[in-house]
Design a binder for this molecule. Sequence first.
Ligand SMILES: Nc1ncnc2c1ncn2[C@@H]1O[C@H](COP(=O)(O)OP(=O)(O)OP(=O)(O)O)[C@@H](O)[C@H]1O
Ligand SMILES: [Mg+2]
Length: 388
Amino acid sequence: MFQRKDAKTMSDAALEFKQVSKSYGGGGFVLNQFDLTVPKGRIVTLIGPSGCGKTTILKLINRLIEPESGSILLEGTDIGSLDPVELRRNIGYVIQQIGLFPHMTIEDNISLVPRLKGESKKALVGKVEELLRLIGLEPEQYRKRYPHELSGGQQQRIGVARALAANPSIILMDEPFSALDPISRIQLQKELIYLNKQVKKTIVFVTHDIDEALKIADHIILLKDGAIVQAASPEQLLQSPANDFVREFIGADRFRAEEVQRTAHDVMEDAVSIGQQASIADVLEQLGRNQISNLVVTSQENSVVGIIGFEQLRYSNESAAHSTRVKQITKDVPTVQKHTPLDKLSGLLAEHPIIPVVDESHKLCGIVTQAGFIKKIGLSRERGEVVL
Ligand SMILES: Nc1ncnc2c1ncn2[C@@H]1O[C@H](COP(=O)(O)OP(=O)(O)OP(=O)(O)O)[C@@H](O)[C@H]1O
Ligand SMILES: [Mg+2]
């Protein structure tokens, strides 16, 4: 049986701006026929220079301000057709100044919106506990405290818990961590990523800080003068910046650090090799034992001759597994040295599953694999971002 799908359930986007224009009167358009699509369940960061329109975009979403023209759809529904107060109660909003009520306990601050929606305080006790645990604060210790009895980082966490309390479909965050010290900030960034793995909300996160965007975002939207300059994943943005503005915004230093200074040495792994006189049966045994797909073939002097893997074995005769020698079906492969830059290496890895690393006399020192390369680049970026 088919269920009728209405306009609301048909939309795959959490949020869409369609030809939205906004001016504050007099000073020209901040947004001019602006289009934007935000996918569901992702963390999307809006980033760009001061005054480019980031806060304006968030305020339009919860109707703190209205556009001159165009439409904004939240899960397929035009927000212009909704009651603004009701709309805001279904959107989590976290801002830099936190905005906790100083005369209310933490418990009351977190449960405020569900109470406004009519849920009883008693019914919300369990929910507050669950949210406090989710943001890493022990309920018994914190629920009865007042905001001034918490650190800045803890207060900001309460802000996030409060935004989650009403179970909103989308959470808007406007530079939520920018007033925090660097350590609290990094902790909260990590927690946000973890949190979103649990709750899978759509989060639109405004930041000035490209490192923060690269770290937390599934998708980055880089804005300039109210227009999108590039919308891409963090990896795409780093690998293929659309123009000089993006390159400059990301920081020329980062490219130097990421692409040029780093070499094959940084991503190298131990090689599993086999002599060219070995049999195909030996190859199969080695591949199986090490759970890998390719071996480096070496000469008696440990020089690299080529590689052998499942690709080559496909064409070899099963019955001849013991008589066929490795050197008969070895595949040529380019080699690199430890000081080979990563950009050259990534080009080679696009064509070959593994690349042997050799010393000056062509002796095997290690290998770089496609999977290992991606993993190590990711990890080192993570490490790089944690450095204060
Ligand atoms: N209430 C207002 N009245 C008039 N102009 C405004 C108003 N609010 C914002 N603007 C102008 O609109 C433009 C975009 O402002 P917006 O607050 O969206 O920028 P932003 O990208 O959030 O900047 P920042 O990174 O500094 O927070 C700016 O030029 C700003 O001066
Ligand atoms: Mg702003």
